[in-house]
Design a protein around this ligand. Structure first.
Ligand code: NAP
Length: 248
């Protein structure tokens, strides 16, 4: 059964990792998929071709999610190209890890811009068309680190906790208009973002997870599919932990 037939979705930061997994899942479920990326031109074109080969309609746009005006211009362009947007997945995110003692102002500001302000930018740009359509599902990619904190990631944890507060507020503001807003808090998901880490450390993390493995982009994509689809029409303002039991 295809769960997103006739729906149009926009996913930020989908040239690789979790965003790419969500794009693939959504197209397999019948959605038209619009995705963005910051600089990975080749990967974006390859994904466009791959998504099209799955008999879907897909288009990638280079757009800096941290830039307010660029986000507005992107949504205007997508509405011109595709007519409506039913689903927004605010997935773009980066890490700039450091202990607070060594964390620079730039490392703090960059994380806030790319991880948190981007969510404001895209949501702000999309609410007008969603209000007009009187329907919408917004999914924000938080992290277990935003729920429980993590040494060496004060900037990242603050941005991801901020996303949860933002999500609950938007759910309260827009629920009466049939626009839902939920967050996903992935645990340790094995992607390029985590591929740079030391294998021994990574194995110790896997061992500490109740399900004894790192998650995959597909695990997060399945939760995203649920929140994007009509299976979750009575769910808003929630954070779903996709973490193999790391958070209980
Ligand atoms: P990733 O593999 O590093 O991919 C990040 C994606 O975001 C890329 O497509 C990148 O585009 C894009 N991006 C970065 N800055 C951007 C910007 N300013 N504007 C638009 N796009 C931008 O990351 P990931 O592991 O898939 O993580 C995806 C999301 O899940 C992030 O929000 C992350 O914080 C969250 N998360 C990840 C994990 C994990 O274990 N992996 C756990 C919890 C939460 P380019 O390729 O063009 O740079």
């Amino acid at each position: 059964m295809k769960l997103l037939e006739g729906k149009t979705a926009i996913i930020t930061g989908a040239s690789r990792g979790i965003g790419k997994g969500i794009a693939e899942k959504f197209i397999d479920h019948g959605a038209t998929v619009i995705f963005t990326y910051a600089s990975s031109e080749d990967k974006a074109r390859t994904l466009e071709t791959e998504l099209a080969s799955r008999r879907g309609k897909a288009k990638g746009y280079k757009s800096d999610a941290a830039d307010f005006n660029a986000a507005q211009a992107l949504i205007d362009q997508v509405i011109m190209d595709f007519g409506t947007i039913d689903i927004l997945v605010n997935n773009a995110g980066i890490t700039r890890d450091n202990l607070l003692m060594r964390m620079s102002e730039e490392q703090w500001d960059e994380i806030m811009r790319v991880n948190l302000k981007s969510v404001f930018n895209l949501t702000k740009a999309i609410i007008k068309p969603m209000l007009k359509a009187r329907t919408g599902s917004i999914i924000n990619m938080s992290s277990v680190v935003g729920v429980k904190g993590n040494a060496g990631q004060a900037n990242y944890a603050a941005s991801k906790a901020g996303i949860i507060g933002f999500t609950k507020s938007i759910a309260a503001e827009l629920g009466s208009r049939n626009i839902r807003c939920n967050a996903i808090a992935p645990g340790f998901i094995e992607t390029e973002m985590t591929g740079v880490l030391d294998e021994k450390i990574v194995q110790s993390w896997r061992d500490a997870i109740p399900l004894k493995r790192g998650g995959t982009p597909d695990d997060v994509a399945n939760a995203s599919l649920f929140l994007a689809s009509d299976l979750s029409t009575y769910i808003t303002g929630q954070t779903i932990n996709v973490c193999g039991g790391m958070l209980m």
